[in-house]
Design a protein around this ligand. Sequence first.
Ligand code: FCB
Length: 440
Amino acid sequence: MFSFPPNFLWGAATAAHQVEGQNCNNDWWDWEQVPGHIKNGDSARVACDWWSGRFREDFDRAQLLGHNAHRLSVEWSRIEPTEGEWNDAAIARYREMLTALRERNIEPFVTLVHYTQPRWFMESGAVPGKDGWLNERSPEILERYATRVVEALGDLCHFWLTLNEPNLYMVLNYAWKNRPPGAGSITQAMRVGRNMMLAHYRVYAAIHRVQPDAQVSLAHQWRWIAPANPRSPLDRLAAWQSNYLANEMFLRALTEGKMPFPLGRGEKIGDDKMPLDYLALNYYFENRVTFDLARASSLFARQLPSTWLGGTPYESFDEAGNLNPAALFELLERFARLRLPIYITESGTFDVGTDNQAPYLVSHLRALHRALQKGADVRGYFWWTLVDNFEWDQGYWLRFGLYHLDVETQTRTKRPVADTYAQIIRANGIPNEFMEQFGN
Ligand code: FCB
């Protein structure tokens, strides 16, 4: 058996817009209404129906599976439906959710902004139409919202995440433009990334003013980027450059107190305190990139389609990468040097109909265990996700849940991975038979 430390946190991760339903005051809602934006014309109109109260039954499921932590997000557009005005009913609802978790002995990790912004925020500034994170005032606007949330929920929550994946948000929404606002350029994407980093610094300080002992971080999806052909200097260049822009630049902004090029010009940000109390890493797959002159919008790096999905109905889904648990190990080993507690705030894979999720879980937890043995201070793991949910532009087609969801009837059906995970949690370790069955 590969044992984990006592008090290790085990759970799943969710995000407000993906599970709540009836969330119609934000940029995603507007985006979903346009035909062609979401696969199969899906929308988050109902999603997992949490806003009507189904969060309770799903938290019961998490409890039954032995989860002792859960990552969720609060929806800014519900809490601040118009600029500077607070909706007490929405706050009360989130208090119910956090209380429901606490009653089940599940530690909440709360993300303040997980990919969605209020409609007014997207239309708030000088650029006509949609400026949102391009607005110079955005860090200050976020600070006000965060302060209100932490004042209202701080007694129920100790672990906060300011923003989810600024690195993906700025690229997908402003450079590749397949998510709202669906307009922008590389230069604008950089401004978005820069404002999000400035916002993080301000919010980090603001949360600590309200709740001095809070644990605060930012969820970064670490894209593990490898050259398609390691012998090709151009592929290596493409991989280096993608890795810098997707990962290293953000890590520098967060750990060196300076705004790195091209987010800035090395100017100082914040005071001298590193604005992270723990590291929050989302990790999924390895991505292989090749040099491609036709890909100016990705600075000449093109991501290769996944190789492990061939022959499944998912083979055209080329944003997923290849499985590489060893990359998770290397990542954790590297981050151990920062001497901060580490939580894997998202990890998982979608169901391709071949019971592929349990092998993913076991092999990645085994990699995590190896990192623990080498001294990495990993304290928790969150599977993405508890119940199938609204997977953004992929609608309900991509299904990552421990439970399968029938959106029409709202019926949940447990997948095999849920039991595998529950047994690991119960043992607080990976039983040997799982290594024989799924491991490597
Ligand atoms: C992450 C997002 C999350 C979910 C997973 C699959 O990038 O944070 O909301 O969509 O991918």
